[in-house]
Design a protein around this ligand. Sequence first.
Ligand code: G3H
Ligand code: 13P
Ligand code: ZN
Length: 332
Amino acid sequence: MIGYKELGLVNTKDMFAKAVKGGYAIPAFNFNTMEQMQAIVQAAVETKSPVIMQVSKGARNYANATILRYMAQGAVEYAKELGCANPQIVLHLDHGDSFEICKDCIDMGFSSVMIDGSSLPYEENIALTKKVVEYAHAHDVSVEAELGVLAGVEDEVVAEVSHYTKPEEVVDFATRTGCDSLAISIGTSHGAYKFKPEQCTRDPKTGKLVPPPLAFDILYAIEEKLKGFPIVLHGASSVPQDEVDTINKFGGKIPDAVGIPEEQLRKAAKSAVCKINIDSDSRLAMTAAIRKYMAENPDHFDPRQYLKPARDNMKKMYVHKIVNVLGSNDKL
Ligand code: G3H
Ligand code: 13P
Ligand code: ZN
């Protein structure tokens, strides 16, 4: 058993309280690789932003749970080396689907876990979340829970349609589980294809898809019922069209990829939404840079040559999100 405080990590308590009060959101960036970790830390230090580094079950399978934990510990030391005396870094489990995986993460130094019981019947979601909260709070670890189902893939849980969070359930759920934050469903979904073309309109000038708006009425109704309570938005990548174009230009094939417009995320960040999850945009930034580099330099084969522009492109994207969308800069 190792406590996250020994690793220099923090839980989400203070940063969420400040974000809710200050009308901004903390970035929660998924990471699977060293380059993503480096880019996240560089961006957070440069912008003086708190940051949540999150690990999915898939990331644990890909990179190994122990390695990811040491990478997060390394992230704290790297931030200090880059000149940040007091980095505010959370190591968070994204979409934990059992008590056991949450316990395992807490025991190995995670400062926050998500227990995603959103696919379970209401009472079962409450029972599972409560069990995780009891263990986590005994170790001063934060717990994110979820009510409502996002369309698309939630790790191995496939939800064909999205079921928006019911505002009338949130007070009962938060009170009975004791969770520290609540992920809600208001029309976002995971991945780079958030809406089907038939759900969108097309911009006549660019031919690009324009997605429908998020259900802000539901968000505001939740905010009204759970005053000051931290809300989390999953599936919040905006799928930048310049990255999509670069991927498609250099041999990729992701037509009609579409995300959440940034102005909607800006609006959400000003509300009770204080954690915004971004994974797909990092994947797109990395893939676009690698595809371009490889196409332009067919004789290069040292991975450092193409991973460096990939890392730089991800860092640029993270800085942009922090400064121009979430507003979490200059908060350290
Ligand atoms: O919520 C999903 C995240 O983007 C993580 O995705 O399960 O493919 O690592 P993953
Ligand atoms: P995106 O696929 O929109 O990046 O969402 C990531 C996410 O919600 C991770 O939990
Ligand atoms: Zn998610």
